[in-house]
Design a protein. Structure first.
Length: 341
């Protein structure tokens, strides 16, 4: 079926192709109200759909923003399995859509580059989530578009970075357990990599123990994939060798759900037998049973903030401040931590 063109619309409306082009590119003020009405009527009758590829070539703008999700774990379905990313993308997409932009989501596997994708799609900007190898960031510097990093601790002023204080978050979670009277506190975490989000939360856990003069026991640290499945396995392991442990800090809510269900499978209840605190406060945390006590961060707002920075730079309203924007965090107390004293 032949694609309807601007020329077809112009002939049906009895106007010039230039007039149709003005209207289709958002410059209606260049034509009269009568001409505008004719063009819209003709476009509707012909079911005209703008050719965004051609528009992109002509304007050197695509109205596309790339959003990159890290595939740092062995599993390849991280985007679909972790609601954290859904909440984050929801914030990004809603803000961009209000300004006429569209989102192109892609995962980047270990060792995969992003430069080719950016060039092929003619992206206007990009939001990069998570941590990558140093050469990945060096590649990004070759791309002449504004880029915002989320949850990155890379020490490079070339990029705008939006994150929380993850070390403080780990500290607040562990301190909350200590204030409830717990002294033997375990940790379930993702792989602890240098300068990553997980390492920062781990260091916060250790700082809170040290501040309270509590012994750090490496045997109470369970380190694996950031996934529900690993949390489930860790919960079973903890139940099998609980000993004197009365509480556990889990560095993501999805893992915390797994830990709780793993404990249940082995006959232990939360918080009666073991207290659990998570991290992120994803949308499921308040409806899971029992409702999860966790470290709250406004995930959607972080996405909105990233989108606003990009829009401001793309549209020439502001310069991209190459600093770090820290967003507030707090402990949300629900039903999974009990007081010991």
């Amino acid at each position: 079926m032949k694609r309807t063109t601007i020329k077809d619309v112009a002939e049906r409306a009895g106007v010039s192709t230039a007039a149709v082009s003005y209207v289709m590119n958002g410059r209606e003020h260049k034509v009269s109200e009568d001409t505008l009405a004719k063009i819209r009527k003709a476009a509707a009758e012909l079911n005209y759909i703008p050719d965004y590829s051609a528009r992109s070539l002509a304007s050197k703008r695509s109205s596309l923003i790339g959003v990159v999700i890290p595939q740092t774990e062995d599993q390849k379905r991280l985007l679909l399995e972790n609601p954290f990313y859904s909440d984050l993308i929801c914030g990004i997409e809603s803000e961009l859509r209000q300004h006429g932009y569209h989102v192109l989501i892609s995962g980047v596997d270990k060792g995969q580059g992003y430069l080719d994708l950016t060039m092929q799609r003619n992206l206007d900007g990009a939001v990069i989530m998570g941590i990558y190898q140093e050469n990945f960031y060096e590649e990004l510097k070759k791309v002449d578009i504004p880029i915002v990093l989320i949850d990155s601790y890379i020490n490079d002023d070339h990029f705008k970075k939006i994150r929380i204080d993850d070390e403080l978050g780990g500290y607040l979670a562990t301190k909350h357990l200590i204030e409830k009277g717990h002294v033997n506190i375990g940790l379930v975490t993702g792989m602890i990599r240098k300068d990553g989000v997980v390492e920062k939360r781990y260091l916060g856990y250790k700082r809170a123990l040290q501040e309270a003069n509590l012994f750090y026991d490496h045997d109470l640290v369970y380190e694996g994939q950031v996934s529900y499945e690993y949390g489930l396995e860790a919960g079973k392991q903890i139940a099998a060798r609980q000993g004197s442990m009365t509480a556990v800090f889990v560095t993501s809510d999805m893992m915390a759900f797994g830990v709780i269900n793993g404990l249940r499978e082995k006959g232990l209840q939360v918080p009666e037998d073991l207290s659990v605190i998570g991290f992120d406060d994803i949308s499921l945390a308040g409806i899971f049973h029992p409702k999860l006590t966790t470290v709250h961060q406004d995930i959607k707002e972080r996405g909105i903030t990233a989108a606003k920075h990009l829009i401001g730079v793309i549209e020439g309203n502001e310069n991209l401040d190459m600093g770090v924007t820290l967003q507030p965090i707090s402990v949300i107390e629900r039903e999974t931590v009990r007081r010991m004293n």
